[in-house]
Design a protein around this ligand. Structure first.
Ligand code: PHE
Ligand code: CO
Length: 295
């Protein structure tokens, strides 16, 4: 399972998670995780009720995709054939490895930043094993298997996104040393989780946080309220984000190559610069910036 070079203290991790999770309590069972927080995905643990809940989540969400999700996502998702049951990560990994050299690893839930970056840098995507409860159908605090798999895995089949995410992992390990984590994390948030992309037919969604949400997928494209601004890496890294409501700003890329190219330069001087500057609130529209409007 790769290298076990990280020694992230569990105590430290659970302390910092108090901020990210529901009152600091984590849902997953971390007792059987290895040093990289990897667990076995036990297919037998999923009950028929959970499989039925997966199907309901999948059906609702798949119906919302045409005309809203980017084509690449829709095509890759269909090829995954995951509509009828919670997918077996090993089986998906075999197909994924052939396409882009990535594999999925099962995790109990959120993992420490350093561990997360180490997985990405080694082309391993951590996917949470557990599924939300029925009363969390529309909203869940921590990522579950539906968000992680449905939202994230399809785009891992795209070579440019696959490379971008690996570079992001490497950049994360660097940011930890340079004190740039806050700025770098915003890139992940505003692209991989909440990104919009141009298409000849209009704006489309590629961010997993939107694609796995019953409400935000329509809101992000059609509501008059949020700003939709052309992507600029440094602008994104300066911008705060909302974790408990729909986003107030979405950043729009022209294509995945733009995302890759704009984040390829060394961020060392960028972190240095941004540390001297104030953050932008999530709802900022700067002079000269164009709101691309709703579709
Ligand atoms: N180029 C960035 C750096 O030098 C790393 C990075 C790559 C960050 C891709 C985000 C996405 O730190
Ligand atoms: Co996510």
């Amino acid at each position: 399972m790769g290298s076990f070079d990280s020694a992230v203290s569990h105590d430290e991790f659970f302390k910092t998670l108090a901020e990210k999770s529901d009152g600091g309590k984590l849902r997953g069972d971390y007792s059987r995780a290895d040093a990289q927080y990897v667990v076995q995905q036990d297919m037998a643990q999923y009950t028929p009720e959970q499989q039925a809940l997966w199907r309901r989540l999948y059906e609702r969400q798949a119906r919302l995709l045409p005309g809203r999700a980017c084509d690449l996502f829709i095509e890759s998702l269909a090829a995954l054939d995951a509509s009828s049951e919670i997918p077996n990560f090993d089986r998906t990994s075999d197909a994924l490895e052939k396409a882009t050299g990535w594999r999925l690893v099962a995790v109990p839930g959120l993992v420490p930043d350093q561990t997360f970056f180490e997985h990405l840098a080694a082309r391993r995507f951590p996917v949470t094993v557990w599924l939300r409860e029925p009363h969390e159908f529309d909203y869940i605090v921590e990522p579950d298997v539906f968000h992680d798999f449905f939202g994230h895995v399809p785009l891992l089949f795209n070579p440019i996104v696959a490379d971008y995410l690996q570079q992001y992992g490497q950049g994360g390990l660097k940011a930890l040393k340079l004190g740039g984590l806050k700025n770098l994390a915003r890139l992940y948030w505003y692209t991989i989780e909440f990104g919009l992309i141009e298409s000849p037919q209009g704006l489309r969604v590629y961010g997993a946080g939107i694609l796995s949400s019953g409400g935000e997928i329509e809101y992000s494209l059609s509501s008059k309220d949020p700003r939709r601004i052309g992507f600029n890496a440094e602008r994104v890294m300066r911008t705060q984000y909302k974790i408990d409501s729909y986003q107030e700003t979405y950043f729009v890329i022209r294509d995945f190559q733009q995302l890759f190219d704009e984040t390829a330069p060394d961020f060392t001087p960028v972190y240095e610069r941004l540390s001297q500057l104030d953050d932008y609130p999530a709802n900022t529209l700067l002079t000269g910036e164009v709101d691309l409007g709703s579709s």
